[in-house]
Write a protein that binds this ligand. Structure first.
Ligand code: HEC
Length: 150
């Protein structure tokens, strides 16, 4: 009995780091990236800033802090709604339901610019490549609060 327990104990203590390793390998192996990896360019976000002011600011506020009836697109409430999901989920939410008064009016390219702007306003770093416009690629970018440890 004692030996059995020890074996179980060893198996348990081994399986935990092992499963951590496996999940990390998956996260890297299947092409998943993080919003901390520099997934949009500064120029793209600047173009998105103009698009945002034109199409979104009237409800969500000129600095994304929300308005009378529209929620903020930065800060704690926004993070708790979206962190843990992907850029693709947020992109589709915006693309199909926003602007709330005329959903679906904005094309993919401009939506990607606006999303880049929203990410930059949430303090994520710019990089060397534009945020993609295809939902499948955007779904490979995790929205997360903490910079992943490499
Ligand atoms: C006419 C007002 C209006 C405009 C314009 C508008 N929104 Fe919204 N937005 C809302 C309202 C109201 C909600 C919350 C209710 C809902 O989901 O429809 C919302 C919700 C959202 C959400 C979800 C927020 C969360 O925390 O889950 C996102 C993201 C968003 N809007 C982005 C945008 C973007 C980007 C634009 C510009 C392309 C835009 N909105 C334009 C009114 C608006």
């Amino acid at each position: 009995m004692k030996r059995l327990l020890t074996a179980a104990g060893i198996a348990l203590s081994l399986s935990l780091p092992l499963s951590l390793l496996v999940s990390r390998a998956n996260a890297q192996g299947d092409g998943m990236r993080s919003v901390w990896d520099g997934v949009f360019t500064k120029e793209q976000a600047e173009r998105g800033s103009a698009g945002y002011q034109q199409n979104c600011a009237s409800c969500h506020g000129t600095s994304l802090t929300g308005g009378e009836s529209a929620p903020p697109l930065t800060g704690g409430e926004f993070s708790s709604n979206w962190f843990g999901l992907t850029a693709g989920d947020l992109f589709e939410r915006i693309r199909t339901t926003m602007p709330a008064d005329r959903p679906g009016r904005i094309n993919r390219e401009q939506n990607a610019q606006i999303l880049a702007y929203i990410l930059s306003m949430n303090q994520f770093p710019a990089g060397n490549v534009d945020l993609p416009t295809q939902t499948d690629f955007l779904k490979q970018i995790r929205l997360e609060a903490e910079r992943p440890k490499k």
